[in-house]
Ligand binder design. Structure first.
Ligand code: H2U
Ligand code: ZN
Length: 347
């Protein structure tokens, strides 16, 4: 019998991390739709006097936000990493091991408007956010003790986001964190074998198969990756293999703003709600090395499964055994491709 990827239980390899995902497509033979329930949606005010991110308001610890008109960045008042931590190592019998870690945490407000989210913002406003990400990556990454700048967004209460005001975070630190570290090892190995980046070859394959692409423009392509773990997981890959935020041309920055708008509109249209996710960028480390192997990309990890309220949990087998999914990545891509490109609020 021939292996049928849309029918037989199988494992898929994630070449970026070197890990496997178990897929059980036979469990979801039923057709599967998007929006099914009516979720009441509260209307948010443009300005909320109690919001710690709105312009002019005060934050915990007494700081005051500027009366900003576009984007705004500040050092996190509850930073998880601090610049002046001693760099000492602790080791008891090679079993109790610890190391001091230096870093800087920042918060970025995407807009002065309390009631907007990325998919509802104008292209030019998202472009301002892109420019700020580039600036922060450059500024933080140029410090000699900062070797990785992790830029991300937690969106929605479900993802532990503390405030609906559109914002993201930056954690810049000494050590390359686990996820980009795995990608570094895998991308280096691929590049040394093939002299091309792993993601440029992967992108070419996906373009050829044309089964899992959900959005694209002149400079970026969005794919539900073959090895996706989250039901509607996507990866945003640059067509040109470059490594850093600072390598982007002005046109590419515009295209990044455009592709973020496209994919987040699609997400909101799946269940006609403001779609929760954790998303973030994987640019090259800022450790002073060249990184010809590194291919700039962005991940979206949304937790929702089959409705606005049913969430995928990582429990049981997934905690103890392996990551697992039922619906195939192609089926997720098909559903996303069946949706309108116009945000449901504007229809
Ligand atoms: P979320 O993206 O998970 O909502 O986190 C928002 C961050 O804002 C969080 O890391 C910080 C929190 O520490 N924060 C401030 O820096 N100042 C405040 O007044 C409240 C929250
Ligand atoms: Zn606000």
């Amino acid at each position: 019998m021939k292996l049928d990827l849309s029918n037989h239980p199988h494992r898929r390899y994630n070449p970026l991390t070197g890990e496997w995902v178990q897929v059980s497509p036979h469990r979801t033979k039923r057709p599967w739709q998007g929006k099914q329930e009516n979720v009441p949606q509260e209307k948010k005010p443009e300005y909320d006097p109690n919001c710690y991110l709105c312009p002019g308001n005060s934050r915990a610890g007494g700081a005051h936000n500027e009366d900003y008109k576009s984007t705004f960045v500040f050092d996190n008042d509850f930073s998880a990493l601090l610049p002046n931590t001693p760099n000492e190592e602790y080791n008891k019998n090679d079993l109790l091991i610890a190391k001091g870690e230096k870093g800087i945490c920042r918060v970025i407000c995407f807009s002065p408007r309390h009631d907007l989210t990325l998919p509802e913002m104008e292209h030019s406003q998202i472009r301002n956010v892109v420019d700020l990400w580039v600036k922060e990556y450059e500024e933080l990454g140029s410090r000699d003790y900062i070797n990785y700048v992790q830029i991300f967004e937690n969106k929605g209460e479900m993802m532990g986001c503390s405030n609906p005001h559109p914002h993201g975070q930056i954690w810049a630190q000494q050590t390359i964190p686990n996820e980009p570290k795995k990608e570094l090892v895998q991308q280096k190995e691929y590049y040394s074998k093939h002299s091309r980046t792993l993601l440029s070859d992967y992108l070419a394959l996906e373009m050829e198969q044309d089964e899992r692409i959900v959005a694209q423009n002149d400079h970026f392509v969005v794919i539900v990756p073959f090895w996706a773990f989250w039901p509607f997981e996507t990866i945003v890959i640059s067509r040109r293999p470059f490594a850093r935020f600072t390598d982007m041309t002005s046109e590419e920055r515009d295209a990044l703003a455009d592709i973020i708008k496209q994919i987040t509109v699609k997400y909101d249209n799946i269940f006609e709600i403001s779609f929760p996710y954790s998303a973030g960028f994987h640019p090259a480390p800022t450790d002073g090395e060249e990184h010809p192997e590194w291919h700039f990309h962005m991940h979206f990890y949304p937790p929702l499964l089959r409705s606005a309220t049913v969430k995928k949990f990582r429990v049981g087998y997934e905690m103890l055994g392996n990551q697992q999914r039922d619906i195939t990545p192609k089926a997720s891509a098909d559903l996303m491709n069946s949706l309108s490109d116009v945000h449901y609020m504007n229809r």
